[in-house]
Write a protein that binds this ligand. Sequence first.
Ligand SMILES: Cc1ncc(COP(=O)(O)O)c(/C=C/C(=O)C(=O)O)c1O
Length: 354
Amino acid sequence: SRPLSLWRYKEILPVTGEPVTLQEGGTPLYHMKRIGEELGLKNLYAKHEGLNPSGSFKDRGMTVGVSMALQLGMKTVACASTGNTSASLAQYAAKAGIPAVVLLPAGKVALGKVAQALMHGAKVIAVRGNFDRALEMVQELCLTEGLYLLNSVNPYRLEGQKTIGLETVDQLGEVPDRMVLPVGNAGNISAVYKGMLELEELGFTDKIPVMTGVQAAGSMPVVKAIAEGLEVLEPQKDPETIATAIRIGAPVNAEKALLAIRQTGGTALSVTDDEILEMQRDLARKEGIGVEPASAASVAGIKKMAEAGLLDKDEKIVCVVTGHLLKDPETVIRQCDPPVEIDADLKSLRAVLR
Ligand SMILES: Cc1ncc(COP(=O)(O)O)c(/C=C/C(=O)C(=O)O)c1O
């Protein structure tokens, strides 16, 4: 049988030729024993998408998106990004041997992500505005200059990312009762839902997980739309959160995400920056799971739901943790006590360990 990877599912992916691949997917599904016990949840899991080639789930979308760019004869790929999309696009464009142009909100992108986009050779442009403005600009650029847009408004991105759910079912041996994702541009929650729908339509499964989205309290247009029963989402003008990956006020996939949540009896809730940072620490120190702040939002959301008595103790819950800890080292250094510095002798060393 085929190894666990994104291309295990190639028959339901649109790429016909040889894919541009960095052996993405096949990420671990960890049982969160300690955090689960603290919350009274026996079956709490984390799907660690930070263990993809560029350190985030975006690689699943980019392997398909960049493969399709070549298949369609595109010459240059482009995106706006809060960081991980640009890092992944740069890496896959390098593998494909085509140029990439990425637009970032100036001063609001985590260090590791900028380093990746630069080192992998993308043309990195910092825009004096937020992600939403950068996305407007790059869409205009692609229309007028014929560049291939690879934000998650591009359906091929969602095709790759839908494999997160497929892999999870293969790993868990059944469909989870609930899947929880951090929500920014809302592509990932929409993609995972699509994958689950296809599994059911193909007759492999007979249920769809309850889709649950988590946003930062300072950047929660989807939470607001669900709470207010809106058909069309109202963009949030100035989203703000330390979880810069999900600092997005006008998610392009909002309608798809609202459908995924409503069709499955799901929900969308918000967590504060403090709750995000506390969970980032808990994941690292209680489970050995190292993620960036935005990724911790999904588990912080489950903590909030468990404490509100909204979850059954036997529910099989999978939280998608989306990006590696190393992506945002500056936030970690700011949160942690610094290393203890000593003179280079055993007396000093013993003194600090007493
Ligand atoms: C770590 C991390 N966790 C969650 C999300 C939210 O996923 P979507 O709801 O599908 O957007 C992102 C998104 C990042 C970008 O949108 C970008 O990189 O431009 C992320 O990097």
